[in-house]
Design a protein around this ligand. Sequence first.
Ligand SMILES: Cc1ncc(COP(=O)(O)O)c(C=O)c1O
Length: 546
Amino acid sequence: MSASSSRANANEASLLRVFTIPESEDSTLSRIEKQMSEDLNGFLEQQIVAVQKPLGEIEQDFADSKIPEEPMWVSDYSDKILDTLIAHSVHTSSPKFIGHMTSALPYFLLPLAKMMVGLNQNLVKVETSKAFTPMERQVVGMLHNLIYQRDADFYHEWMHSVNGAVGAFCSGGTVANMTALWVARNCRFKADGDFLGIDQEGMYAALKYYGYDGVAVITSKRGHYSLSKTADLLGLGRRSFVAVEVDEKNRIQIDALEATCRDLKAKNICILALVGVAGTTETGNIDPLEDMAQVAQKYGAHFHVDAAWGGATLLSSKHRSLLKGIEQADSVTIDAHKQLYVPIGAGLVLFKNPQISGAIEHHAKYILREGSKDIGIHTLEGSRPGMAMLVHSCLNIIGRQGYELLIDKSLANARYFAELINSDDDFELISEPELCLLTYRYVPGHVRRFLEGATKEVQQHINGLLNVLTRTIQKTQREQGKSFVSRTMLNPIKYHAEDIIVFRVVLANPLTTPEILQAVLTEQKAIARKQLAELAPIEQIVASAT
Ligand SMILES: Cc1ncc(COP(=O)(O)O)c(C=O)c1O
């Protein structure tokens, strides 16, 4: 598309045209739409993960803080964003983009997403969403069923009920976790006697009435940061968020959890909730959920499972048992925009007992009236789009069996990659893939063997140098733009819980092949071998000691 010679004017006729459906196939808007979808296809087909242009330079294209005074032709605008925005966005769908949880989407979602945007339903109330309301309730019901497997009578009674919700659809895992702990807080400090409930009277009055000196939410050190955000938002304070030590597989240590609970109880702190993680963000590990459920029961705490990442594993008959105990949770978070392959903006919280949703029930005069089926009665968010339609389409079009293949393939890919790392003398696997995430780093074999026999001080010194090297390799690989792995910091027990920087890989894209994985390691080795300034001091320590 070339820039228009004429200028757009702000007048009522052209504004009305913007809101009108294009009449013919060859109208300007139809042509632009066709061109845009070709451009999108072109972008998605590219195998690189990002075009190299520093963020600072990109910021120059977005430096003006004034709202444009005059309108612009859609065609001119499209040309502009193609160059400045689209060309410099990240190819999250590339099979070589294996660093984050954001991955490829099924292509059939694109026309459906257009329909969803075009319909612009607002799920907060039936008056602006009609059929979308029962559709969303069904999606929430299906995910509830995936976890809790209640009988048909249960879903008949609750899925479309005005008396409670089996869960809530929301924009993502953060809001799902917030909703779960909001429910937990309001249930724990419910109205009683002359106390009107924490929702009415706030935290200070609640603690006074119930006779506690504080509140705690407990999770492992690998718990997602959205949980401490939640503690802040719910008025508990971030310091009431207690992170318990993990074992060598990044799973909460049950003994340490018990000790923490005993300690809090002795201090007269209310243990509001235990949060188990089913698929930690950094390593993909799963807490011992059955044991956690028992501890939660013993201390009368709400048991929430953050399965934002790992929840979809329940769709695989082969791997479902990895999450055993999840069905004992009072609430569960699952992100559809992770392993259900739905675009960003789709998370869910599910309640074992739908009646607990009553703890956050909210009514207003003009909508959300008592007895109405408005979903907004039981959600944290207000206006929400019809994203559930995209989950609905995936669940129907891919089906349980299709998801099973996808999940099984991701896990097989991760295990293959772990074998590749283990069989290469230049790499060290730091965390084994329990789900499709793993972490590792570049350490030449002789350095690794030396590290194993070294004193703690020498290990710390070398690990510090290796951290610098790992960071350089990761950044260089990202800048080269051919493939992408992310990095994080872990505290492996093997290295006395020192800070160890590692590459982090998420293998959710079904188009990622063994060849791609081999090429990622080859590229990393080539980068590493050029970092002489960083490798030399490591080699010197090893040489002088042997
Ligand atoms: C375990 C876990 N919980 C919660 C979240 C937050 O999800 P979202 O980014 O959708 O808000 C994430 C995101 O990566 C996660 O991995």
